[in-house]
Design a binder for this molecule. Sequence first.
Ligand SMILES: *[C@@H]1O[C@H](CO)[C@@H](O)[C@H](O)[C@H]1NC(C)=O
Ligand SMILES: *[C@@H]1O[C@H](CO)[C@@H](O)[C@H](O)[C@H]1NC(C)=O
Ligand SMILES: *[C@@H]1O[C@H](CO)[C@@H](O)[C@H](O)[C@H]1NC(C)=O
Ligand SMILES: *[C@@H]1O[C@H](CO)[C@@H](O)[C@H](O)[C@H]1NC(C)=O
Length: 545
Amino acid sequence: MKMKQGKRLVLFSLFVMNLVDEPAPEVAIEQGILSGKISRCGTFFEYIGIPYAKSDNNTRFQAPGPPPSWKGVYKAVEGYHMCPQKSFFGIMGSEDCLKLNVYVPVNLKDQKPLAVMVYIFGGAFLFGNADKIVYGPRFLVKKDVILVTFNYRVALLGFLCLRTKEAPGNAGIKDQIAALRWVKKNIAAFGGDPDNITVFGGSSGATSVSFLIASEATIGLFNRAIVQSGSSVSHWSINRKPIWVASLLARTIGYNTEDPKVLYDIFSKLDYKDIIAINTKKPIGMFNDNTLIHKPCVEKYIPGIEPVITDLPYKIFENKTKDLDVMYGTSSNEGIFLAPIQSDEMLESRNGRYLFASDLHFSSEKEAMMIAEKIHKFYFGDDEISSKKILNVSKLLGHLDFEVPAIFETEYLLSRSKSKVYNYVFNYHGWRNFLKLNTGFWHEDGATHGDEVFYLFDGDLFPMVFSMDDRKMIEQLTLLWTNFAKNGNPTPEWSDLPFRWKPSAKDNLQFLYIDRESKMGPMPSPEGYRLWKDIYSKYRRTDIT
Ligand SMILES: *[C@@H]1O[C@H](CO)[C@@H](O)[C@H](O)[C@H]1NC(C)=O
Ligand SMILES: *[C@@H]1O[C@H](CO)[C@@H](O)[C@H](O)[C@H]1NC(C)=O
Ligand SMILES: *[C@@H]1O[C@H](CO)[C@@H](O)[C@H](O)[C@H]1NC(C)=O
Ligand SMILES: *[C@@H]1O[C@H](CO)[C@@H](O)[C@H](O)[C@H]1NC(C)=O
């Protein structure tokens, strides 16, 4: 008896010292039995690296296959998983990368199934993964929700689009849908409520969420969405010339072809590392397009293949949208995160080019020049564009890339569905605004692209919370986000937050300005919005290519 007690004590101290993992309850799903462990901080169970679908070089560039089953107990405890991508340490990841993580709070206050939040990471459709290194669950699960994060294929492996049976396009988005199907089917086994699923994401993850809102392939898969600085109706969301992009990549490794069959042949025979290693730059065009190479495309109908993006998103939204409650938001100073990547040469060359993106179309060169001048005047007055005007450029890019598209999307939802839309502007400047810190414009007001992410996730890379204000912001943001996930309302009547976040109405968009003291206010840049609204309503390109 004594001996046993002693052993238990030793075991207990090892748990405390983190030398032995304390197991979490086993979970039985159709694929088999899973075991997880209790988190280091002791507040949640974690199940890491569960295979939710299958990708290998047989399903390369295609929708993933069904997830594997196993005998015995699958230890969902360890590992650092990611899909193939470039990193500081060279090319990392493997093709068999479709893994997800489930985080479940330990202390359940009652037996009711928990609301579920599924996060889609951002990274320009080029890099990123779901690991706790960035997307730590501690802040959110503290508020009694289940958090799911997952990997999806990025770069060419996720987004080669040849519009053929072998490479129909959007493999990365198809992974996201496979993950949502897995969650819908299996989350009850973890104590989650399959009828209270909120999808949220930042940057290209937000753009992904926006595609998932538009897509017919996701009907019934989730109940609410949060779109943090991204939109599928923005000019940068769609690859309008996917075959040209694929041939550009092939050319850099010595092939000269635009034939989809030949292109497929080339990329399917390469080792995945050689695919990821291909280095190419899109030439700077006449337009103010960004230089992202890998992104979703509009698919062709191919017998036997389920398409997920069937038309330009703005057309899908214009035609028909789901009834879905959504939070849309941007940061108050989105554009400054793009400032460090604007070279002097790029900036000066902007004087001779159009200041709009290639998703616009004009009947004549004269008309196009007239609009370009109007935009120039609006953002630069009579001045030439140069590095001295970097803040004006940031403002232009912030409006064109993020702020205005999110408002367009809000308008589509409000005018064609019964959706409730909550708009926000993240305006908080604190020590966890890591992306702003990286811009060199730390002393500018507000927050930039992606800054809110670090008040939602703890992340092993950024575990410290330095100030009381930051602590309060984490508390506020996680409360708003989880209230919305649980109730469809970020500030329900009984909430003790000192403000109420009012949803937007069709003819009255209202924004919550999230800050030390959050309050409701009008649209952030009404003149910028009117400029672009006017331009897009007259000149939006209607064809896909
Ligand atoms: C496909 O995967 C198999 C098994 O891992 C491997 O032997 C083969 O070399 C791979 N082929 C390509 C083109 O990567
Ligand atoms: C609009 O929706 C209708 C009905 O769902 C469909 O038949 C039509 O093809 C859609 N049009 C476009 C442009 O998507
Ligand atoms: C350019 O940016 C500066 C600094 O933000 C601002 O004072 C100026 O008004 C801007 N010019 C125009 C035409 O918006
Ligand atoms: C799930 O959603 C319904 C309807 O929005 C709500 O009444 C219910 O309380 C939610 N359950 C949880 C666990 O949040």
